[in-house]
Design a protein. Sequence first.
Length: 185
Amino acid sequence: MAKKSSRDRMKNEVNAGSMADIAFLLLIFFLVTTTIDVDKGITVKLPPWSDEPPEIQQMKTRNVFSVLVNAQDQLLVRGELTDITDLRERAKEFIANPQRRDDLSTNPKNAIISLKNDRGTSYKQYLAVYNELKAAYDELWDEECLKMYSIPYSDDLPIAYKRAIKEKIPMVLSEAEPTNFGEEN
């Protein structure tokens, strides 16, 4: 009998029957191990859309906590140059007004925080200011929850409790369109 040469062995076909199975397993592996980026950002509940313009209400200036951020990332809070480290406490004092001062909000339900940025404000500073204002509300909600229910405010809190607290201390944060401070609009 003649010997088979190495050339004859190369002519043999590769068994491709299990290649489809391997491809399917690789597909499943990559689908399971791949992370899909989730959109990140500031979660805010917006008011419902209306075709009619909202009615303009006159409000007392004492109920408005204005925060202006310029292009150099400096804060002007109610007309005073303020450091961001003081923003949270000033906002909490304004909203709650525990001493019932005449220059702070009349009631937490009437307190409005007005945030206005310069177009040159860095996004990092914008987020830092927004986070401090949000943290002020979070701390006030936590204090109120401890007062009302003797438990801290958390995501696990029953919805009825959250509603009651947010009814007493609603988060009213008004963001104006960014401008170039110092220029006429």
